[in-house]
Design a protein around this ligand. Structure first.
Ligand code: PHE
Length: 493
C-alpha cells in the first residue's frame, strides 16, 4: 500500500522512463525535499526504487567570465576594433584605442592563436591585420550557453572549450554529488494502491470508506517535539485541588491577604506571646499598621476567652489581652483565618468550605522554602462530626490526589483539640511528606463566634507536594519564568 506521494514519485519515474536526479524528481513532482526524501526511503524499503549516487561536473562562469559574456571575449573585441578601422591598424595605435587596457595582451595572444588575424611589419611598423569577421568560436558558444542557461553539466559541453576557458579563469568546473533515483524491476511492474490517510466526510457519506485501504498510523514514528501553550503547573495543580474539593461537595471561601492579628491569631485562640507572632515569622504591615475591630461583642468575648476562658469551660491563657496587639495588620500566615471568618458569618450547619490560596511567612527563601506560598484548607461543621470523620475525609481527599498511603499521629495546635498531623507517601518521589495539620476547633474558637457545633479543620502547604509530584528539587523553580523547564514539564506526570 502506497501513500499519495509515493505514487506520484513512481509515476514520474515511469513517465520519464529513466533514472532521475533527486532535485529533478522534486521539480517534476512538485514535492518539497523532506517529503520527497521520506517517501523515497519508504519506497526503497519496499524495494520499488533504488537510490544511487551520481557525480556530476558542472561548468559555470566565474566573475570574470560574467564580465566577458557581457562584453565579448577580449580577442573578439580586438577583432571588432581592427575591422572598424578597415582591417589594418598599427599595433601601437590598437593598444592605445583598445577599450580595456588590461586585456589587450591577452586579446592579442588569442587573436593569433585562433588565427583570427596576423601581425606584419608595414614599412618597418608592426600592424595587426584582420581579413574578415570570424564566426562564433566553440569557446564563445560555451560562454553564451552558460550565460543564458546558468551552470550546465560539463559532459554536455565541448570538452576542449571547457578546458581552455577554465585555464583562462573564465569558467569554473565544480563537482556535485547527486542522488540518482531509479525504478527497480518491481517498481516498474507493481500495481500501486493508494492508501487513504484521511477519512473525509465525503468517504463517510458515500460509504466509500468500506472499500478503500486506510493507512495505519505508525504510533512508533518519531515526531518533532511540540510545545503547545499550557497552564503553569502551579495553576494547573491549584485547579486540580479545587476540583477535588468541589467533587467532594465543598464550596470555596475567600478572605483578605492582609489580615488583622485578631482574625489571624486571636480568634484562633493563639496566645499573644506565641512565637509564631514574632516579627521573624510574620510580616507586619507598616502603612497602615492597624485596623479597627468592629464587632465589639465579639472582641469582648475573645478578650474574656483569652483572659479566663469566659463561658467556654476553659481557664484561658491568663494575663491581660491587648486589643492594640489584635488590631495590628499582618500578611496572613495561614488560611485558617479564612475558615474562622467564614464560620463567623455562617453559624448554622452544615458548612463545608475550602480555600486554596496564598499565605506569607517571614522565611529566608531557599531551595526548600518560600516566603509566599499556597495553603490548602478545609472545614466541615455539622451536628455530630467526629475525629473519625476527619480522618475519613482526609483519606478520601488524599486518595483523589493520588496519595494512597496516609498516616496520622497526635499533635498540637492552639486552636484545635484533639489535633493531628499526617504524612502521605508520594509515589512519584518514592518518599513520605508531612502534609496537613488538622483537628477539631476548640470551644475557645467556636463559642465566641456563636457556634455550638463541632468543626473539623485541616490545612497544609501546596508547593512541597507539587514539587515532589513534578520531581523538582528546588521549590523556587515554581516561581521563575524558566521557559525551558516550563516547556518540558509534564502536566500529567
Ligand atoms: N493552620 C495550620 C498551619 O498553617 C494548619 C491547620 C489548619 C491545623 C487547620 C489545624 C487545623 O500549618
Amino acid at each position: 500500500m502506497e501513500s499519495k506521494l509515493e505514487k506520484d514519485i513512481v509515476e514520474a519515474l515511469r513517465k520519464t522512463g529513466k533514472a532521475l536526479g533527486f532535485s529533478e524528481l522534486c521539480l517534476l513532482t512538485g514535492l518539497d525535499e523532506s517529503s520527497a526524501a521520506s517517501a523515497l526511503s519508504s519506497l526503497s524499503q519496499k524495494g520499488l526504487v533504488s537510490v544511487s549516487t551520481r557525480e556530476t561536473r558542472y561548468a559555470k562562469l566565474t566573475g570574470e567570465g560574467e564580465y566577458h559574456s557581457r562584453n565579448g571575449l577580449p580577442e573578439r573585441r580586438l577583432v571588432k576594433l581592427i575591422l572598424e578601422k578597415g582591417g589594418v591598424m598599427p599595433l601601437e595605435e590598437a593598444r592605445k584605442t583598445y577599450p580595456d587596457e588590461a586585456f589587450f595582451t591577452i586579446a592579442l595572444g588569442w587573436l593569433r592563436r585562433k588565427a583570427w588575424g596576423t601581425i606584419r611589419a608595414i614599412n618597418g611598423v608592426p600592424h595587426i591585420i584582420v581579413e574578415k569577421e570570424p564566426p562564433e568560436s566553440v569557446d564563445e558558444t560555451v560562454v553564451r550557453m552558460l550565460s543564458t542557461q546558468g551552470p550546465l553539466d560539463a559532459s554536455l559541453l565541448n570538452t576542449e572549450a571547457v578546458r581552455l576557458l577554465s585555464g583562462r579563469g573564465i569558467v569554473k568546473v565544480e563537482e556535485k554529488v547527486e542522488r540518482l533515483v531509479s525504478l527497480t524491476e518491481a517498481g516498474r511492474l507493481v500495481e500501486l494502491k493508494v492508501a487513504v490517510t484521511q477519512l473525509t466526510p465525503e468517504l463517510l457519506r458515500t460509504g466509500e470508506w468500506r472499500k478503500v485501504e486506510l493507512k495505519p498510523y505508525d504510533v512508533t514514528a518519531d515526531v518533532e517535539p511540540l510545545y503547545p501553550g499550557k497552564l503553569h503547573p502551579l495553576t494547573e495543580f491549584i485547579k486540580e485541588v479545587k476540583e477535588i474539593f468541589t467533587e467532594m461537595g465543598f464550596t470555596e471561601a475567600k478572605g483578605p491577604l492582609v489580615e488583622s492579628c485578631f482574625w489571624n491569631f486571636d480568634a484562633l485562640f493563639t496566645p499573644q506571646d506565641h512565637p509564631a507572632r514574632e516579627m521573624q515569622d510574620t510580616f507586619y504591615l507598616s502603612h497602615p499598621s492597624s485596623t479597627e475591630l468592629v464587632d465589639r461583642g465579639l472582641v469582648e468575648r475573645v478578650r474574656r476567652t483569652h483572659k479566663d476562658g469566659w463561658e467556654t469551660g476553659s481557664t484561658g491563657w491568663g494575663g491581660e489581652w491587648s486589643e492594640e496587639a489584635a488590631k495590628r495588620l499582618v500578611l496572613r500566615t495561614h488560611t485558617t483565618c479564612v475558615s474562622v471568618r467564614y464560620l463567623y458569618e455562617h453559624r448554622e450547619p452544615p458548612v463545608k468550605v475550602f480555600s486554596v490560596d496564598r499565605v506569607f511567612r517571614n522565611e529566608r527563601v531557599s531551595f526548600k522554602s518560600l516566603a509566599e506560598f499556597h495553603q490548602i484548607e478545609g472545614i466541615i461543621m455539622d451536628r455530630s462530626v467526629t475525629l473519625r470523620d476527619l480522618k475519613g475525609v482526609l483519606t478520601e481527599f488524599y486518595k483523589k490526589l493520588g496519595l494512597e498511603k496516609v498516616q496520622f499521629w497526635p499533635s498540637y495546635f492552639p486552636y484545635t483539640e484533639p489535633s493531628m498531623n499526617s504524612v502521605v507517601y508520594v509515589p512519584q518521589a518514592g518518599r513520605w511528606l508531612e502534609l496537613c495539620g488538622m483537628g477539631i476547633f476548640r470551644p475557645e474558637v467556636t463559642k465566641p463566634l456563636g457556634i455550638d457545633y463541632p468543626v473539623l479543620a485541616w490545612g497544609g502547604g501546596l508547593e512541597r507536594l507539587l514539587m515532589l509530584k513534578l520531581g523538582v528539587n528546588d521549590i523556587r523553580i515554581l516561581y521563575q519564568n524558566d521557559l525551558g523547564w516550563l516547556r518540558r514539564v509534564k502536566l500529567c506526570p
